[in-house]
Write a protein that binds this ligand. Sequence first.
Ligand code: BF8
Length: 629
Amino acid sequence: MQSADPAVREMLDEARRRGVETVWDRYAAQLPQCGFGELGVCCRNCMQGPCRVSPFDDGPARGVCGATADTMVARNLVRAIAAGTAAHSGHAKHLAHTLKKSVQGKAPDYPVRDEAKLRAVAARQGLEADGVPAAELAARMAEAALANFSEGEEPLAWTTATVTAGRVQAWEKLGVLPVGIDSIISEIMHRTHLGVDADAVNLLLGGVACAVADYTGCHLGTDLADILFGTPQPVVSEANMGVLKADQVNIALHGHNPVLSEVIVQVARQMEDEAKAAGAAGINLVGVCCTGNEVLMRHGIPPATHSISQELPMLTGALDAMVVDYQCVYPSLVGVAECTGTKIITTMGMARITGATHVDFEEENAAAGARQIIRLAIEAFGARRGRPVQIPQYKSQVVAGFSVEAIVAALSKLDAADPLKPVIDNIVAGNIQGVCLFAGCNNVKVPQDENYLVMARELAARDVLLLATGCGAGAYARHGYLTPEAVGEYAGPGLKAVLTAVGEANGLGGPLPLVLHMGSCVDNSRAVDLAVAVANRLGVDTAQLPVVASAPEFKTEKAVAIGTWAVACGLPTHLGLVPPVLGSATVTGLLTGGIKDLLGGYFIVETDPVKAAEKLFAAIQERRRGLNL
Ligand code: BF8
């Protein structure tokens, strides 16, 4: 099975029928993949290479420079963390500049939409806010955010203000508190250059420091997006390819940064008449990947698909344009679009694809850019009018929008004075055994979504509260797990009772959804905020909580960075694929064992989803025992 999603399977049949190549075909063409690369013992860091060392006794044990398997594996891993950090924090830096342009009056389409969040973040960050007008405070916020990027003398303000005191101490002791996001990325590139750091343990500690910077970048990304675009509140929508509409101009918003898509959402509403004049019934925006998550969370825009199936909505023949910003956007989209007539529109100067239509996006002229993009889509609709379409008739109801603010507001209906108390009481009583955050991607190496679905069922039945972000949340959206109905189907009695009590206190007449969608991948920071709030309320560290994380189908370097900071935050963290580290027993041992003594968190590598759920549940039980629960 290539995918657990029936819409994806239907479109894969269509792709085969039409001879359209997809990610699954290209993966098959790569097999067998390089065994050295799989083990992490391939080095291309200098021009004397590529070198590879043999995991057995039958080949060279060192690269040309003398680097051992331990050095190579550690260097490759921390370079992946640095790349992931660059991506997340680049997204955050972009938003900081948008906020700056907004307060300078250069970006009229970007008013500060959430002054309450602006003031809450300012208070947390110790910015003087009393009596300061919102515009002035936003200017200070933009500067304070940007100060996290260059090299300072103190640990990053956004790191130390957002985690427990216990974490700050643990990170300080280990020397993994970064003093600049860009500077630690740069340092990692330096120390992984030929002839610099050749000690695997030291390299990995550098990788942890970079991952803490990645966490910080993610948190900045979430905070700034909320300030600019609003903090998500629960929203009802639908998911999967059945959200495409044959008679409308269908536009997919794909990538990560909501800076452009936010304006497209606003402008599309004003351009309905133009679409109707072209013979369409309207404009239908849909999401793909994390830009899709962002606009789902804030506007209820329905996601069409995620991650490895991003090529397939085009095969319906109904997708008129796919607008992309950056990250996780397959360059293959252009080839598929040639067969289907979809316009692939790149929008960021640093993320162009040969063969795509490029509309350069600038905050200064955002609405004009958005109009230009939507007109291209309307034109494409005109060209496909009358042609038959094949839209898979699969879609699921979705309840999303669970920011921490939204969760706390929902809980405060049970206890206004102490909103976290109902959760804590239920954890203590065992109705909720623990919490699992599902994060990360789909990966063509495993049947799409399957690990997510199996693990959610296994853990929900054991009364584990489930949170999700990124394409993991997308998987749950497309399979109906973000619904109250899924609670009846899969939740154990304790979890069901708690979700029902909160839902009923909020007038839903039933439970909250089985899985709480917290947003895009940068929004994993929201899950940390929740854990930190609970830990602080209990007077413990996040490394003591019965909270675990899982990336059952991870793919990107960003996911490697997130997984590493989840461990740094003290969480037992499951990986559903084997990362390229087995070439070094030292690195493998440290990541899955030794690191626990240093950080509390550690990696659990398990490719079988049933066993993975068992191992995570065992980790939760260990934590409960540690708290005498
Ligand atoms: O940041 S989950 S495939 S889309 S990396 Fe990419 Fe992975 Fe999806 Fe979002 Ni996250």
